[in-house]
Design a protein around this ligand. Sequence first.
Ligand code: CA
Length: 227
Amino acid sequence: MRVLIVEDEAPMRASLRRGLEAEGFAVDEADNGDDGLWMAREFPYDAIVLDLMLPGRNGYEVCRSLRAEENWTPILMLTAKRGELDEAEGIDLGADDYLTKPFSFVVLVARLRALLRRRGGAAPTEITAGDLVVDPAARSARRGDDDLGLTSREFAVLEQLARRLGEVVSKSEIVDKVWDLHFDGDLNIVEVYVRSLRKKIDDPFGTRSIETVRGAGYRLRVDGGRS
Ligand code: CA
């Protein structure tokens, strides 16, 4: 899951980034509304954490512009104090939720995950491929009853494959969703993660769930690799 933080206060921005990365999100940041709007247009974010009072375009304006362009990326708006934002107005402008500072990080993550779930509509909480179960809410995966002990990055790569179960997903699609803007490296990083995933989700079970589709990408098999 890739999230954009638009926040002009550097300490707040840094602590949001650290916290969200620890939760397994890929995080990009902007310190003003103009850059935030540009990035939101340019990259496929799963959600945006948008401060209201910003240099350049403020949070209202960023939100309004995106919605006017039919960009429906879920937006969690941050406001400095109660009353700064008329809550109803914020929601009318297309923010999906709002949070008043100071807020607890746990609450922010819970709200963000709720937005991501809502965006997924009727998306299943768990994705099942044979006896392989990918649980986006818990950020974990298991085979039968065995927890697979994935790192947050390994999980994020597997999640991208699971969300498009049975389809080929390209390396660049995976990188766009799992790594942030500062990643300018080689797409082969995906191979490294697929290899470590296979060691955890396949080798111990004698399965082959992740297929390499030459020149195209990877596919998670619907049967979880048992055949
Ligand atoms: Ca601010």
